[in-house]
Design a protein around this ligand. Sequence first.
Ligand code: NAP
Length: 371
Amino acid sequence: MRGVAVLGSTGSIGRSTLAVLARQRDHFRVVALTAGRNASLLDAQRAEWSPVFAGLVDGGAASTLPGGPEVLIEAATHPSVDIVVNAVVGAAGLDATLAALRAGKRVALANKESLVMAGELVMEAVRLGGGELVPIDSEHSAVLQCLTGHGGSLDRLILTASGGPFREWPAERVAAATVEEALRHPTWSMGAKITVDSATLANKALEVIEAHFLYGLPYDRIDVVVHPQSIVHSMVEFVDGSVLAQLGFPTMELPILYALTHPQRLPDAGVPRFDPVGAGSLTFEPLRAAVFRTFGAGVAAGRAGGTAPTVFNAANEVAVAAFLERKLSFARISDTIEAVLDAHAPQPAVTLDAVRDADHWARARAHEELS
Ligand SMILES: NC(=O)c1ccc[n+]([C@@H]2O[C@H](COP(=O)([O-])OP(=O)(O)OC[C@H]3O[C@@H](n4cnc5c(N)ncnc54)[C@H](OP(=O)(O)O)[C@@H]3O)[C@@H](O)[C@H]2O)c1
């Protein structure tokens, strides 16, 4: 019986995690739950799971639960917790990732932003704290599943991308895309921020940076290919040229389960079984980098290293929030990110202060761009 904390239990990944855990009650128990603002759903989850600890980060005066960002740390480091599922969205997830790893926990990481903004610190926390970092992102889970048992001979990663809702749109139409259009993802149902990130392809840049830190590969050995069916979740090429891929119908419940059980597997009747004929034709095409400039800006930030990925992440968060509030056009998301990155001189990102300073600077600079 392993104790699990679910941070961001009211979100898309958080709810999928509880759906997985509901089928695995013999193996896991829910020790801690945290939400941002959704008090009513958190109440319902508390009634179902009776966690030892529950916190509502942004509950306001009316809430009787512990509140403030500290509740994420409390849940992440609780002595009865073995596995922390970090399903918080955005930079707000960083401190809990670091705290859990330093406390020697397994972190099942959906919150890719924490690895992008502070990759060196997060990997150092893994080394020093004795914890484990296991990805939930379907692409990185695919890589881990392909690599498990094949260590040492990895040559190249090929991450797949659905291409998002605007994959085939002409550039002028993409530039004028509305919030409703950006939120209509063809293959995945996810929270609003990552859905917009998938439409701009910022999400794929975040994932390239995430893969760089998780698997220790230089950027020129991490490729991306568009695969509209989202059946092949990623591929791994070994030194002898052999390629392994992990396949399945799109569902986050399988990578969530694998992040809980790795390197073992558990039977799960809730995950849809694969049917190659039903999956139909699988196609692959290049990413249109000239149209989706946020992707190139993000990968360039990753290559620049230091605080550049921190700045990319922060500028993207501000731009996406403004787009969702209808204060910014789709085209200006990439303009804003590029302007902030152009104004930034990367510094080493080896202390939390350096990361926080870069994050704050980038948010302020991005807001200036918006005004
Ligand atoms: N959704 C997917 O399929 C998917 C796939 C791969 C990776 N991811 C990654 O997983 C993470 C979560 O994505 P999601 O789609 O599940 O997002 P989501 O549906 O928006 O859920 C976000 C969760 O975080 C909580 N939250 C928001 N702001 C917070 C803050 N400042 N402090 C503490 N908690 C806060 C929310 O609480 P309230 O709702 O209560 O306010 C909610 O529980 C993201 O990093 C995303 O990139 C998601």
